[in-house]
Write a protein that binds this ligand. Sequence first.
Ligand code: PLP
Length: 409
Amino acid sequence: TLDAHPSGRHFLQIPGPSPVPDRILRAMSLPTIDHRGPEFGQLGKRVLAGMQQVFQTQHPVAIYPASGTGAWEAALSNTLSPGDTVLMYETGHFATLWRRLAERLGLEVEFLTWPGSDAVLPEAPGWRQGVRADLIEERLSRDTAHRIKAVCVVHNETSTGVTSDIAAVRRAIDAARHPALLMVDTISGLASADFRHDEWGVDVSVSGSQKGLMLPPGISFNALSPKALEASRSAKLPRSFWAWDEIVEMSAGGYWPYTPNTNLLYGLSEALDILLGQGLAQVFARHQRWAAGVRAAVNAWGLPIQCADPKVYSPVLTGVILPPGVDADAVRKLIHQRFDLSLGTGLGKVKGRMFRMGHLGDSNDLTLLAMVGGVEMGLKLAGVPLAGSGVQAAMAHFAASPSPGTPAD
Ligand code: PLP
């Protein structure tokens, strides 16, 4: 029988899990140690302090051996009580899934939706826009009895490629003089897009390992505010595994109340060395530049970018809408078969209408050019009419300026 091993590296260009650097894979291959032993406490303290820097917070961070969905549940179950009302905002598929999770926990969800219409994507107009903070302010201002206990928004909506302005949401809550907690899903934003837990007054930030942190899936995070910790003392939703009290207490010494994901924490320690060693500002600038290069390609093809508002373009991924009648998943499948390149599928309301190009984590100009080249070939093979060459446009963009942090001669 033939060995089906494909030659060369697979191009994992979905918007997470993102490619894991060899350096991190090697770090994770070290022997697993005693998670109650003295060496472990050092590791635990190191990664917790590093994650505070990444979240830009002085306050505790909880790390869970779980995917991001677990950390979503932890945020809600630690702070709220059965029947509480939360205000969520429909940015896309992940906002919709968080809403479903909240309802399954027994919360009442008010789901704000963008009120406009969209000729290109009439089936999901709001899935091309960022959070409208004024709509949140308007709703909270009418809630004079303070029934709404939390406002939950997605920072980087991975299903669409839109990065919302979280500071504006904070200002909206303050302008309405409303005491609701602010909870933010930055699962795909953190460590790629600027995110400031303390400065933006976020009460619970939710994130995961498999995106900007360049790790495999399997750990997730809650960053907390003093107000969130205070709310957790009287919140009545049942929780045990997710409960912050024991985690925060034990994590002060670098330990967890259960068996943590030791080898992923080795990987996290390595990822933090890389990211903090480079400096977050450089990491964010690099993503912005990559994103602009990929958008230059999509514009040259003459295809609509899913995000309709340039102010909220995602530095992490770009959604590409295909002409009506073209099955975006069939195009993705063709590209995968022919070029060993994985692109993100359209999720929920936009399934089959669009695909997603990831430009996050351990990338560089040439891996992104390869992605653009694979997509361009695939679009042509699928018979999608293109206005021009995205490869040329991306090359021009990347050649025009070096990536931040590229060593000078
Ligand atoms: N929220 C966002 C914005 C995401 O991108 C994802 C996963 O892609 C999730 C939530 C769910 O996280 P997980 O799949 O790790 O449980």
